[in-house]
Design a protein around this ligand. Structure first.
Ligand code: RAT
Ligand code: ZN
Length: 421
């Protein structure tokens, strides 16, 4: 029951909303971060920050270095080249470069006198465990969801050793190799004792389900996930369609797990750029609508990579209660687009969506991705609450806190803990 009697005035709103948005702990539902039990694949520190693939793509816009020269350098020399081109010879105005400056500032480092050596010395003085606590505290992130690939040899070995994982890091069963590269994946499954063939027949369906069950038991994931191309379809006779509809979705249903589809990536349009070489394309929204309609007992988390799909995704979510739009993914994670997308989602869906995930690949990125997103989300919320306040509607801190908690944590937590939609 609301006990506060005095409502907020229009003048109060900017300060109160900004404070609440900053104070509300985040559950970050899609990252590429790993707890320390995963060893070296958990990236952190200045050289990893600078070598982020978003910055590698930008380096080649300025530098005349060849791809081969760049890839033959060690990580430190690569970071030197990026630092020189993107931070010293040019201003760090892009979102990815600006982010590094924000992170350095959050750590109390001097950004007025940029000096890579001083920054490296600072990071050398940190120990990973304490530093992880510090990053969680400074970014006010409560939990992060990893991206766990059972086909990755390093990860697989860690999972098979049944580690006790830092509870702030949640697992996700990511299935790209299964759903996108069946011809290469089938022999690996066979080698691990699952009897499957090149064309997944009835027996293979049972065996892939057994594989998924085994990994659900091992990882205890909060959802299963895949990233998909713009031309994704699921109702043909391809291995992907069968594996998705006859294996993945039924196992998700059985275990009450949502299925996350990140749609719109065109892989390796420039192979020379490796991880930085992917692009995007608009997808057909009717496929998302169809899958939600055909599988009402599955819950879908969906993020789309192209701007053209953002509005359609909101409309689809209005039609299907088993669809939860999330995040401004990758090329959408720029303030101008986060603002546009958050506005359109609030206008079409109220607070029934998840505004952002970080997609952080380097722990320290939490120190900029979240502050940047928080400030845009706060700006949009201030506008929306002001519109409401103009009508005379009564607003309080408690109400705003409830709404922001939904956006930053509760919608996700409720989505992963439901049994049926
Ligand atoms: O944003 C990214 O870092 C991309 O490289 C992808 O990892 C993407 O987010 C994905 O999860 O496939
Ligand atoms: Zn990602």
């Amino acid at each position: 029951m609301e006990t506060q009697t005095k409502g907020l005035t229009l003048n109060d709103l900017p300060g109160v909303v900004t404070r609440i948005v900053n104070e509300t702990p985040i559950v970050d539902l899609h990252t590429h971060l790993y707890s320390e039990q995963f060893g070296e694949i958990g990236l952190w520190g200045i050289d990893e920050l600078i070598n982020y693939h978003y910055l590698i793509a930008e380096l080649f816009r300025y530098s005349s270095i060849t791809y081969q020269e760049f890839w033959s350098m060690d990580r430190t020399r690569q970071a030197d080249a990026i630092w020189q081109a993107l931070f010293l010879e040019n201003s760090p105005l892009s979102e990815a470069t600006r982010g590094i400056v924000t992170a350095l500032q959050a750590l109390g480092l001097d950004t007025a006198k940029p000096d890579l050596k001083t920054y490296r010395d600072f990071f050398r003085g940190q120990n990973r465990r304490d530093y992880t606590d510090k990053v969680f505290r400074l970014s006010n992130v409560k939990e992060v969801v990893m991206t766990n690939d059972p086909f990755d040899p390093v990860e697989r070995a860690v999972w098979l050793s049944k580690p006790s994982i830092d509870p702030r890091f949640k697992a996700v069963l990511r299935l790209d190799p299964l759903l996108l590269k069946w011809t290469e994946t089938a022999p690996r499954l066979s080698a691990w004792g699952y009897s499957v063939d090149a064309q997944p027949g009835i027996k293979a369906v049972g065996e892939v389900r057994r594989f998924l069950e085994d990994w659900v038991r091992l990882m205890r994931p909060v959802y299963m996930a895949v990233s998909l191309p713009p031309d994704f379809r699921y109702s043909d006779q391809s291995p992907r369609s069968r594996l998705l509809t006859e294996c993945v979705l039924p196992v998700c249903r059985e275990h009450g797990l949502p299925f996350s589809m990140m749609i719109g990536v065109r892989k390796l349009v420039n192979r020379e750029l490796r991880l930085a070489g992917d692009s995007l394309g608009p997808a057909d929204m009717s496929v998302v609508e169809q899958i939600c309609a055909e599988f009402p007992e599955n819950r879908f988390l969906v993020s789309m990579l192209s701007r053209e799909n953002q509005h359609g995704l909101c409309v689809a979510a209005r039609k299907f209660r088993n669809l939860l739009p999330f995040g401004c993914w990758w090329f959408m994670n720029n303030p101008s687009l986060v603002e546009e997308i958050t506005r359109e989602r609030l206008e079409l869906l109220g607070t029934s969506f998840i505004p952002q995930h970080s997609d952080a690949r380097v722990l320290d990125q939490l120190l900029y991705k979240w502050p940047h997103s928080r400030s845009v989300i706060a700006r949009v919320l201030i506008d929306k609450y002001s519109d409401l306040a103009h009508t005379g509607w009564w607003l309080s801190e408690t109400i705003i806190r409830r709404d922001v908690r939904r956006l930053f944590a509760d919608n996700f937590n409720e989505w992963i803990s439901q049994i049926t939609p």
